[in-house]
Design a protein around this ligand. Structure first.
Ligand SMILES: [Fe+2]
Ligand SMILES: [Fe+2]
Length: 340
């Protein structure tokens, strides 16, 4: 079943006849005492809220998160936002659809990004730091597979397939430039490990075969501690292998790498158990913050459908953004396409 209608192109009054992935599903009771369903439908182009007023009892327990449903209905505007009123729903089988139509992904190639990461690993000078990076990215096939697929978040920034790797490569490129700029003030290898490992726990913190969600481990432990556990495990494995390092992994280096991961959220109230207490930790925290915000704001601007120069209100940033030329032109093009 080929998908031809995408969330991004839906306009008010458009008839809707297309399959979507169910991101969220809940039942509520209306003022008239009748149950209705609130859904969030998604595909690779975006997401949209939907209401179901008919046959609700039949859909409960079937139209649930992670199912792909065929939706017949129409698009309307509700409180200034687009919304689908679904008249008919039918759950589809996995073999009837192509999953890649439903999951947003990075426009960058995961293999190309991963090779850049490996090239940076190969350029590291410190034998201990480099052995640690190789053990994680070069020698562990499960980690490589997950790093190529994982998003960096459920929402907000880099929230799409390969988003984590895109984020890590972007950060490491900036860190490389900063290490040249500041020279010996900064330890390039340590900075790199901060870029590589700060969010590595997310490959297990999140599940991303369908709708991105937190795993039990993610909810109970979180990616900072999971990153530190990985570093501990890999150092133990390296020390058990003959000839992988010039000697046992130095304690101060081990503590610094772990500190960079634990301090990368910058403040205790943002989930870091330690605030940055070495210069590399501060730099990694600030570049992480910069890169996630640049991505979040550019995606918000790109997906905004408001005509003209200003976006709608961003709830995350509590402000309106001025749209650059590329965003205005992109919106005009997509409107012309949907009118023709
Ligand atoms: Fe993080
Ligand atoms: Fe990050």
């Amino acid at each position: 079943m080929k998908k031809t209608q995408f969330v991004r192109d839906l306009k008010e009054k458009d008839p809707v006849a297309s399959p979507f992935l169910v991101k969220f599903s809940a039942t509520a009771v209306g003022k008239n005492g009748k149950p209705y369903m609130n859904l969030i439908l998604m595909d690779k182009s975006g997401e949209i809220e939907a209401r179901v007023w008919e046959d609700v009892a039949m859909h409960i327990g079937q139209v649930v998160r992670d199912t792909i449903v065929w939706v017949d209905g129409r698009c309307q505007s509700y409180q200034g936002r687009r919304q689908v009123v679904a008249e008919k729903l039918q759950v589809l089988r996995e073999d009837e659809v192509q999953l890649k139509d439903y999951l947003p992904e990075s426009h960058l190639d995961s293999e190309v990004l991963y090779q850049r990461l490996l090239d940076w690993v190969g350029s590291m000078k410190d034998p201990f730091y480099r052995a640690l990076a190789e053990a994680v990215f070069r020698d562990d096939a499960e980690i490589a597979d997950r790093v190529k697929r994982a998003p960096a978040a459920k929402s907000i920034h880099h929230a799409y397939k390969t988003g984590l790797l895109e984020h890590v490569v972007s950060i490491t490129g900036i860190l490389d430039g900063l290490s040249q700029h500041y020279g010996e003030i900064l330890d390039r290898d340590l900075l790199f490990l901060g870029g590589f490992f700060h969010d590595i726990g997310k490959i297990w913190e999140l599940s991303y075969d369908r709708v991105t969600d937190y795993t039990d481990e993610g909810k109970l432990i979180g990616h900072l501690v999971m990153g530190v556990e990985l570093i501990d495990r890999k150092i133990r494995e390296l020390e058990a292998q003959d000839g992988r390092m010039p000697g046992p992994f130095p304690t101060d280096k081990k503590l610094l790498v772990k500190h960079l991961v634990l301090a990368h959220h910058g403040k205790l109230e943002y989930g870091s158990p330690k605030e940055p207490q070495c210069i590399e930790a501060l730099v990694v925290h600030m570049i992480d913050d910069l890169d996630s915000k640049v991505n979040a704001i550019s995606k918000f601007i790109e997906n905004d459908q408001t005509p003209g120069r200003w976006t709608a209100l961003s709830r995350n940033f509590e402000r309106y953004f001025y749209k650059p030329d590329w965003a205005v032109e992109k919106l005009l093009k997509s409107q012309m396409k949907s009118e023709s």
